[in-house]
Design a protein around this ligand. Sequence first.
Ligand code: GLU
Length: 432
Amino acid sequence: MCGIVAYLGNKPAFPILINGLKRLEYRGYDSAGVALLEDGNLTIYKKQGKVQQLENLTNGHTFDSTVGIGHTRWATHGEPSDRNAHPHFSSNRRLAIIHNGIIENYGALKTELQEEGYTFESDTDTEVFITFIEDIQKTLGVSLEEAVRVALTKVVGAYAIVIMSQDDPGKLIAARKGSPLVIGLGKGEYYVASDATPIIEFTNEVVYLNDEEIAIITREGFEIVNTKDIPQKPYIHTLDLKLEAIEKGGYEHFMLKEIFEQPRSIADCMRGRINAAEGRLMLGGIRNYSSALTNAQRIVIIACGTSWHAGLVAEYLFEDICRIPIEVEYASEFRYRNPVIREGDIVIAISQSGETADTLAAIELAKSKGAIVFGVVNTVGSSISRATHEGAYLHAGPEIGVASTKAFTAQLTVLTMIALSVAQQKGTISDV
Ligand code: GLU
């Protein structure tokens, strides 16, 4: 799942989109593209390769469009190519979409649409998705947002999407399920992105969309409904992110910068949580369920990748000082088997991004069986932080390097603090 950036406001959209796509380059991608409105016509520029190649393609042209959508793709359906790059037009070329994720039932939808006479230019699930929306709009004679809503009740899979229309030039429709999307609130202008990095130089007021929510954005304002058409109250977060924190700060690579940030990120992680005078740990996010944690008969840790390795270290620590049996599970295994989880069992879910899809699904499974789930997450307001009962943030700052460094050491720091406070309450150790 790759990068999304979109803009609707009063400034030229193109430089904002290109700059945003460059900020999202850290995620890795195979192609890039933008859609704009030029003289009332929806126009797409897209190219396999780097954002720089997309910029070269437009040959220094300055576009007036004050609305636009941009994408960096990591191919899942169809090879990386200009043709498969996003945005994609619908069949009548009046709608354009950018999409992160996978539409699992795209094959059946494509066959149905082909039987109705639609043809496709790409091999992607995404083009099927936008053509399906066009078809619903035509068949039901409904507004764009209603057609999107109906389509979302029929697709299976994961998505973060932004759609623009030639017939609705002052509107963006954004929706998500299983793939993050954040809306930045400017003054009479709106940004949409797959994470906050393209937004923070413009505004620190953001709204994180929840799964199965649709945002209808115009220059006058925005509203959110869910896929059942029930209006949702947006919760506005104020981001505490500085631009320097997502730039390289003189280092050759983000990973190098993040390695050197560790003394500070570990200190940030412990800040305000240790009362040295009284020898106490205070984890504000773990309060209501702390006795359940202390009295746990066993704890299951679920995570993926580096976070799973942090879980393996935590296993030694918890068993040693808390005397509680620990099982560390790979979230992708846990979610697809039939794990034994009983009412009141304790689960700790670890994720840097807070968006790890398998970990999120494993959390929902554990919760459905009655488990109490704690999150150890870096990204404030992320899906996992919202899906868990309680938890402790890492406060390590954004980690751009794909090989985790400072988030890993911060995870160990938080897990150590949790283990120490449980051990202290249980009396299995005397002093911290
Ligand atoms: N499934 C879509 C494609 O293959 C989106 C991939 C992505 O998340 O970048 O084009």
